[in-house]
Design a protein around this ligand. Structure first.
Ligand code: CTP
Length: 402
């Protein structure tokens, strides 16, 4: 599990977003983390310690005078056991306390006494968030090395719309996972293509394939968790954008090619990972009206022309990013993959025996690079994505381990 063995203190302060912390606790415990909930007095007005105890499976602390801890020092004991402290929701008042080193309750005291990292997830009305005092305090937290997550923008409990909503529990979970990942791609810009392309024939028909996009999206997530700035260019898929990743949707191979070239021109891309199952051909003529069937007449001819090879084009640029290709072969994996790697002139190609893997969560791949081939054990797409990110990081030019 993603957070097995991790011990987190989850601090709740007063705010309506406390209801989201119940869901967050459930998600974190299901991911294998031990959650020690600590609540301020105001937080207990919004959700009861009984609810949080039931969800975390641990006694909840609400007072620095709790005698349950042997040495009577919960503020020291609870923070020493933690791998990280997460304050969600963090009210404007609590943020002000943290920024100024005030500690007059258990949660603020243990945050001061901590020897681990502190992640703060603000939640407040948009005017409170924009108030210069809050902005000063947030800047102070960032200067002090505290990680601030969010806030989100959108409708608020008070009926107003704007910045200040607490991040959704799944986004906080993703940020916590990212926090614990080694930052093997820190400072790198990664561009990834994913999913199928759709090549229209007429307004209702087209050529596509069964790529689900799962592998490309898992790689985008893993690269972002490893500290990279990730931009994803995706064909038509029904997948949520991974946390911290920017995304552009395209339909056709030509549009994907244009988007990739633009991203490479506009930004200093260090790594390009081509996971998309790009259609090799498109219809030579796209009809503006639906092609009609005429009984007794033969079907209309379908002339095809070749699409640009995005990966090969990027690899042929004068100073290309580090290029990684994917190949799903139906036979002769080694021979076909290595030939494809050379033909596209890329330093690394990840091959598998597909298309049986399309849409599946598990995958077994072999790495082909200039030194030969390395098979990796079968793994689910998220674990595999992490391994692949490490393999890419190690091979990056300039890496001392390469
Ligand atoms: N690729 C690409 N643009 C294309 C075709 C493929 O960027 N027009 C990339 C894919 O994203 C993948 C790699 O090239 O990373 C290999 O894709 P694949 O479809 O296996 O390659 P093809 O050259 O189309 O070879 P095949 O004849 O086996 O389909």
């Amino acid at each position: 599990m993603n957070l097995s063995g991790k011990h987190l203190v989850l601090g709740l302060t007063g705010g309506i977003a406390c209801y989201k912390s119940a869901e967050l606790t459930r998600i974190l415990t299901q991911a294998g983390a031990t959650i020690q909930v600590v609540m301020t007095k105001s937080a207990t007005q919004f959700i009861t310690p009984i609810t949080m105890r039931a969800l975390s499976g641990q006694p909840v602390y609400t007072s620095q005078w709790a005698a349950r801890i042997d040495n009577n020092m919960p503020h020291i004991e609870l923070s020493r056991r933690a791998d990280a402290i997460v304050i969600a929701p963090a009210s404007a008042d609590f943020i002000a306390k943290l920024a100024n080193g005030l500690c007059n309750d258990l949660l603020s005291t243990l945050a001061m006494a901590r020897s681990c990292s502190l992640l703060v997830v603000p939640a407040m009305n948009r005017q409170m968030w924009q108030n210069p005092a809050t902005q000063r305090n947030i800047a102070q937290l960032c200067n002090d090395g505290i990680i601030v997550l969010g806030p989100d923008a959108g409708p608020q409990a008070c009926g107003e719309i704007g910045d200040g909503r607490m991040l959704e529990p799944t986004a906080i979970y993703e940020a916590i996972i990212a926090f614990f990942q080694p930052k093997t791609l820190e400072g790198q810009r990664v561009l990834i293509t994913a999913g199928p392309t759709f090549e229209p024939i007429d307004p209702v028909r087209g050529i596509t394939n069964r790529s689900s996009g799962k592998m490309g999206f898992a790689l985008a997530r893993a690269a972002a968790q490893a500290g990279a700035r990730v931009h994803l260019i995706s064909g038509p898929v029904a997948l949520a954008t991974p946390w911290g990743v920017s995304r552009k949707n395209v339909q056709t191979a030509q549009k994907m090619y244009n988007a990739v070239m633009k991203a490479i021109t506009d930004t200093d891309t260090n790594i390009f990972i081509a996971v998309a199952a790009v259609a090799d051909w498109r219809a030579a003529h796209v009809s503006n009206h639906k092609l009609k069937k005429t009984v007794g007449k033969p079907p209309p001819p379908l002339d095809l022309i070749e699409n640009p090879d995005i990966l090969a084009s990027v690899a042929a640029l004068p100073s290309p990013p580090y290029c990684v290709g994917f190949a799903a072969e139906s036979s002769e994996l080694s021979m076909n993959s290595e030939a494809k790697r050379r033909r596209k002139n890329v330093p690394l190609l990840i091959g598998n025996l597909g298309p049986k893997t399309f849409g599946k969560d598990g995958n077994k791949v072999v790495l082909f690079d200039t030194t030969g081939s390395t098979p990796l054990p079968r793994a689910d797409k998220h674990s595999l994505a992490r391994t692949l990110v490490d393999e890419i990081a190690q091979r990056m030019p300039g890496n001392i381990c390469a």
